[in-house]
Write a protein that binds this ligand. Sequence first.
Ligand SMILES: *Cc1c(COP(=O)(O)O)cnc(C)c1O
Length: 761
Amino acid sequence: MDSDNPKRQEDHRQLDPNAILSSGANKLSNLQINFLKLPENLNPLVPLASNLYWVWNRRIRRIFEEIDLAAWDGLGHNPVLLLQRISDSRYKELGSNQEFVTRLSRAYDIQREYLRRKEDTWFRRTFGILERNELVAYFSAEFGLTECLRTYSGGLGILSGDHLKSASDLAIPLVGIGIFYKRGYFSQSLTPDGWQLESYPENNPSELPMEPALYPNSKEPLVVSVPIEDRQVRVRAWKVAVGRATLLLLDTNLPGLNSKEDCEITAELYGGDIHTRIKQEIILGFGGAKIIRALGLQPTVYHLNEGHAAFAILERLREIVEEDKPGTSFKESIELSKSYNLFTTHTPVAAGIDVFDKSLIERYLGWYAKKLGISLDDLLDLGREKNGSSGFNMVIFAIRLSNSANAVSKLHRRVASKLWQTVVKEHDPERELGSVTNGIHSLSWISDSFADLYDQFLGPEWDEDTSDPKVWSRIAEIPDDLVWQTHIKQKSKLVEYVRTNFSLDGYQGGALSQVLDPNALTIGFARRFATYKRASLILSEREKLLALLMSKDRPVQFIFSGKAHPRDHEGKKVIQEIVNFTKSADSAGRVVFLPDYDISIARHLVQGVDLWLNNPQRPLEASGTSGMKAVPNGVLNFSVLDGWWDEAHSPEYGWAINPLDFHEDPIKQAKADAEALYATLESEIIPEYYSRNPQGIPISWVQKMKGSISLLTPRFTTRRMVKEYAEEFYFKNVKRLADSLNKSELGSDVLESASNDKWDK
Ligand SMILES: *Cc1c(COP(=O)(O)O)cnc(C)c1O
């Protein structure tokens, strides 16, 4: 086991994390793409496919679309698979198309320029040159980056993915640590009766934009051992290049080295039972910390995104006691490690918080207590509310062992502060939870149509800093009719997408080509079907709903999508209720449910509906992010004042559901919220949507669209969010080097060691 841990080097300057992490980048090809097929002048396709930067750079993405749009969409936006599947003749054709070759080489220049930029980045401008090689290790059980990498379930994963992308844009040195789930989260289909069925298609690493992490200066795949019960489980890692950032995905599927059962530990996201859960979290925490070390990296910050990752702290304590500072007591190691740790809590809902009882901790981590010479109770006490009283709570543990902890919106901070006040204040009554409101990586979610419009009106560099309010204030200068036409274009695309991609079995409203009316007010609702999100609230008074749907001159229609956790029977019943309603003759194609919600469906919806509906049971939605994705696409929000909307809402650019009427009783609350929902739709939203000028443009609606885009986009972007993490947490106390020091000595270029040369012609 000790061979996993090369001795720590005291001189932090010796190790440049970027150089270590990027070595081997762009070599993906060697393993996965058949070179022989590629005409030489198409070689840049390989580095473009090897880095997910294309996800948020449409000039690069267009190259893949141009190769074969149908295949690109059909293969789920997977550039590796695309390049593997393209025929020799198509390659020949592209290779002799001079215009394509020129565009390709321009796209490659764009990627290289982005990856190499060093001086002119937010990180360097803000922090200058630092004394050490700072590195943030960002742990999360899920990462949602793009649809072909199915390592996410919902908002937490999308947030982690967007966090990585913005860290890359800001040039913050950050490595993500997650899990490669062989079968991902489940794939959803529906029985004729509307019941959710789960299937688990396998992800094949050799068809994905990732490559094995290797030992430093070696071609050997990196493998570390993590003790579980009385055995060693072997863990490897896959590297995903996310712009300048790197994501390491841990994997126990090593058939020669692990038992069949252990190969399955990382098989499914949130799958299996509580035993699987604790084993996965041990792999994520212990395995993640070990892999980082085996790579020779020394993070200066451990950002634990939700409690799943918190076992990383235990491994850190072990490192301190056994390797870094032998002679340190376990208690002292806790004090030493705290200042490295930042914990972010994401939900006040009990189902989202892991609590492991004593027998589980004893079984899976008994070895740890023995090794560190502490009692089982000492270990348990780290995660108990009051000594001896309850199970090991991952959130309590993480708050207790981190100097900093934060919630994800202002309202959530108030809720979480109450919920966790005992542990937050236990050593310092002055201690407060922080709050950093979530955001979205805007460029990943803005439609091409709106991006093209922004190119025209916001200045050539609008996409350089999406958190700059000055840039977005220029929205005011865009003519109303252009804003509206752009939206209508996206809305038509959405209708087309639904009609061509979903069979909508059993839908009774006529031909599928008739489903949805491109002119009707279209409302989107898509998210995980956790019951607190109350997806079926709109169905609570059928007569009122039917009147809205069937209105002759001012019809309304709904598009739903979302998965319930496989064990969430109540959530599945909500899906069934909605699906059955879509099939009733009454709804006549005005309500549809799109099965198998994922990033692709999310993108189509937030880019194409008119209004985004969000009606959770307040205050259980800590933040919510899908409504933020609607914003830069000119889609307006209609939401309960929960999560982000509580701090974002203004009648200037959106609507609140029942803003003043709060009840303790959830049934009363739901009734009041439903009534307010119908009333606001009837009296405000529908009339405003259908009130048109002679050119057919809803002038006051468009004013709201412009207000929403300009005022909310710069606030609810991960660019602003990650900057806050960087300034208030990650680098708050770092020392800068005196300017007189020779800059060139330090921080080698991001890709300098990455033998990119092959493509540098
Ligand atoms: C954004 C997103 C979510 C999060 O939605 P909330 O509104 O925050 O619940 C979940 N799933 C997918 C696929 C998303 O894109």
